[in-house]
Design a protein around this ligand. Structure first.
Ligand code: ATP
Ligand code: MG
Length: 192
């Protein structure tokens, strides 16, 4: 009985996660601005997201590193920015190896902030590097299922980036790890 309660608990948690993601996705697809839309300090949001995911990383024996620069602002609500960062960092932990690391770094480039989320994980074969941003797409279906998740994280990341005038792509992804790059305009000015 105990075992089945645990299974029910895990599955309920998974459904909860799925519903949350779908709600945010549909909200964004209807281009509804977050009513709490405001400016936020990117470094501060990274710190908070990393602190939230630290226990998961520790459990998986992954070290989290940050290279931050304070005082870089974007026009985005704190919750949306953390959702975007959270999905990328969570993936970087989830698709990593025990003893591996995740590095989040940022730099200012003209009127944009450029973020890099680099991991030492399993990498993403070249032919899938565009498809992974589609809702429900997962590279290794059986393995991904075992780890939970439904394949909405990166779709959400892209929607949030685009909604705020930015972009996201896989910059590199060999078998030694993957690096995602996110660009966001400073103070919400549109990129060309
Ligand atoms: P969810 O995010 O909804 O919990 P998910 O992690 O499977 O589920 P996505 O975040 O959209 O979904 O990622 C899609 C797929 O891209 C993953 O299933 C995985 O195969 C691949 N992927 C994403 N990030 C990485 C990464 N850092 N390294 C290797 N593969 C990755
Ligand atoms: Mg994910």
């Amino acid at each position: 009985r105990r075992y089945f309660y645990d299974v029910l608990d895990i599955e309920a948690e998974r459904l909860h996660h799925l519903i949350d993601d779908m709600l945010v996705l549909s909200q964004i697809e209807n281009a509804k601005p977050d009513s709490t839309e405001q400016r936020c300090d990117v470094a501060q949001e990274i710190r908070e997201t990393v602190a939230r995911l630290y226990p998961i990383a520790e459990k998986e024996n992954i070290s989290l590193k940050v290279e931050l620069k304070d005082g870089i602002w974007v026009a985005c609500s704190s919750s949306r920015l953390q959702q975007m960062l959270g999905n990328l960092i969570e993936n970087a932990i989830k698709y990593n190896h025990s003893g591996g690391s995740v590095t989040v770094s940022m730099q200012q480039e003209n009127q944009q902030v450029l973020l890099h989320i680099a991991d030492t994980g399993c990498g993403i074969p070249e032919e899938y590097r565009e498809s992974i941003f589609q809702p429900f797409f997962r590279v290794d279906k059986s393995r991904s299922r075992q780890m939970g998740g439904v394949g909405l994280g990166l779709a959400l990341v892209r929607e949030i980036a685009v909604l705020h005038g930015g972009s996201v792509c896989v910059e590199s992804g060999s078998k030694d790890g993957t690096t995602f790059a996110v660009k966001l305009p400073l103070n919400g000015e549109k990129t060309e």
